[in-house]
Design a protein around this ligand. Structure first.
Ligand code: FAD
Ligand code: 2HG
Ligand code: ZN
Length: 464
């Protein structure tokens, strides 16, 4: 770059913030460490950067104007919801030149449409707020995860989040029947009619869901609710090996129509979490625990016990007898990420393998991690029914990629994916080639180039 163009670009960037202030109001353009810090680092402390400013638009028109203005100035934007993402996609890089576009003020929730059971929700609405609105109307959101109080609907859509109930209701993609979004050129696309069938050309919402803020800024979604089920039964099963845990997933899913949660915990994680929660083990700590929850209109406990009996594990299981007992069992699983965080910054890999390969993967994992980082502590847990394992490794410097490479190669060898539900972010962009062919990656790049030729939206995320 020549000296003149550097000065020109600095002058133009200097003009940007006053222009953005005119769009969103001065109080919603935040600059200076004290105001921007919480937007610049993630929940784990693993990902942090520095931004030019945090900009907080209040509605779609303001988002569109901000995106257009940043596009004109060639200044990149990092869309951000609750900043609970775990792959470095929601925080700026270290250049100090990116704008964090915070969507939390887009927090309107519409009324449930009775004909369809659909509800329009702003991108900045928290999952908890959506769940509450759904329950008040006699429905359920059909999606749940530990970061529910902070994670936003826009973030759930952008990451195609999964969570605890995906085994029954699918990931966010299955719940979203409409999307409104602002493209990189500042134009707005809207598919909010709530059509369950709409074959007219490319399915733009499907493309934007899971695009991690790299193709568009999602401003609103139409969410398809599920029936509210108030009767629950919960069991915890002690299993002698991780392979056996993997083996019971299929039979449980086949024999339990009311199954809503099917989670895996392994020994180190169980101990670390019980310690962190200062909770006594509710039963003997074994190499694996499987948590099962059923939900129905009428008490599903008999169905649950019959299924456990049918696969020969009833004698190794405890069943929660009341709401407090249920909460205690669920808390052990949900406490895992916090307990790991408490132990330091971990290497975090959210991977998925086909269920047929899950036993093989879980068996090989400790050896692979030990070889990559001798003496490191492996905490593996996850969403058993989805073949989704959260591999957390405490000990090595998170910037050392040896563990990442070894585990992700194992995953690829098992026919799995380097990201099951958290997304690729900045963390795993360099590993895409392990599971996506050259043709596949070229198609992705072509899509990115077509929709965002100047790389204004979240550069470095998904595609390195
Ligand atoms: P952010 O973290 O703000 O952003 C995440 C990504 O989405 C970024 O790339 C960002 O640029 C993009 N983005 C955000 N909003 C928009 C928007 N409006 N338009 C375009 N792009 C946008 N995830 C699961 O899937 N399952 C779990 O069980 C789960 N449990 C978790 C538990 C804990 C304790 C924590 C901390 C996280 C957990 N997560 C889980 C990860 C995280 O909560 C989800 O990925 C969630 O969807 C992120 O939402 P967010 O609003 O915080 O998004
Ligand atoms: C969970 O299932 C989350 O608890 C977080 O997806 C996983 O922190 C992790 O590794
Ligand atoms: Zn998860």
């Amino acid at each position: 770059m020549t000296e003149t163009s550097t000065i020109d670009s600095a002058r133009r960037t200097g003009e940007l913030l006053p222009r953005l202030s005119r769009i969103v109001g001065t109080g919603h353009v935040l600059t200076g460490g004290d105001l921007t810090r919480s937007y610049e680092s993630d929940w784990t402390g693993r990902w942090s950067g520095r931004c030019l400013a945090v900009v907080r638009p209040a509605n779609t028109a303001e988002v569109a104007a901000v995106v257009a203005e940043c596009g004109d100035h060639r200044v990149a934007l990092v869309p951000q919801g609750g900043n609970t993402g775990l792959v470095g996609g929601s925080t700026p890089d270290g250049s100090g030149s990116q704008i964090v576009l915070s969507l939390t003020r887009l927090n309107g929730i519409g009324a449930v449409e009775r004909e369809s059971g659909q509800i329009p929700v702003g991108a900045g609405v928290s999952l908890t707020a959506l769940q509450q609105a759904a329950r008040a109307a006699g429905y359920d959101a059909g999606l749940d995860l530990g970061a529910r109080d902070t994670a936003t609907v826009g973030g759930l859509a952008a990451c195609d989040a999964g969570g605890l109930k995906a085994v029954r209701y699918g990931t966010a993609r299955a719940r979203i029947v409409g999307v409104e979004a602002v493209l990189a050129d500042g134009s707005t696309v809207s598919r909010m009619a709530g059509l369950l069938k709409d074959n007219a050309g490319y399915n733009l919402p499907a493309l934007l869901i899971g695009s991690e803020g790299t193709l568009a800024v999602i401003t609103e979604v139409l969410w398809k609710l599920v029936p509210r089920l108030d009767a629950r039964a919960t069991a915890l099963i002690a299993i002698d090996s991780v392979q056996q845990a993997a083996q019971i997933a299929g039979p449980l899913m086949a024999s339990l129509p009311s199954l809503e949660v099917l989670e895996l915990m392994t020994e180190t994680g169980i101990r670390v979490t019980l310690d962190y929660l200062d909770q006594a083990p509710p039963m003997a700590v074994t190499p694996a625990w499987v948590l099962v929850q059923c939900a129905a209109r009428t008490d599903p406990q008999d169905e649950l016990i019959e299924a456990l009996d049918g696969i020969g594990v009833a004698g190794q299981a405890i069943v929660a007898v009341d709401a407090a007992g249920t909460e205690r069992l669920m808390r052990i699983r949900e406490g895992h990420p916090e307990a790991v965080n408490h132990g330091g910054v971990s290497t975090k890999l959210d991977v998925g393998v086909p269920l047929r390969a899950l036993g093989r993967f879980l068996e090989a994992l400790p050896t692979v991690v030990e070889r990559a980082a001798p003496g490191a502590r492996l905490v593996a847990y996850g969403h058993l029914g989805d073949g989704n394992v959260h591999v957390n490794v405490l000990g090595p410097d998170p910037d050392d990629t040896t563990v990442d490479e070894s585990v992700l190669e194992l995953v690829a060898g098992c026919g799995g994916t380097i990201s099951a539900e958290h997304g690729v972010g900045r963390h795993k962009a360099a590993y895409l080639a392990l599971i996506r062919s050259a043709a596949d990656r070229a198609a992705m790049r072509a899509v990115k180039h077509a929709l965002d030729p100047d790389e204004i939206l979240n550069p470095g995320t998904v595609l390195a």
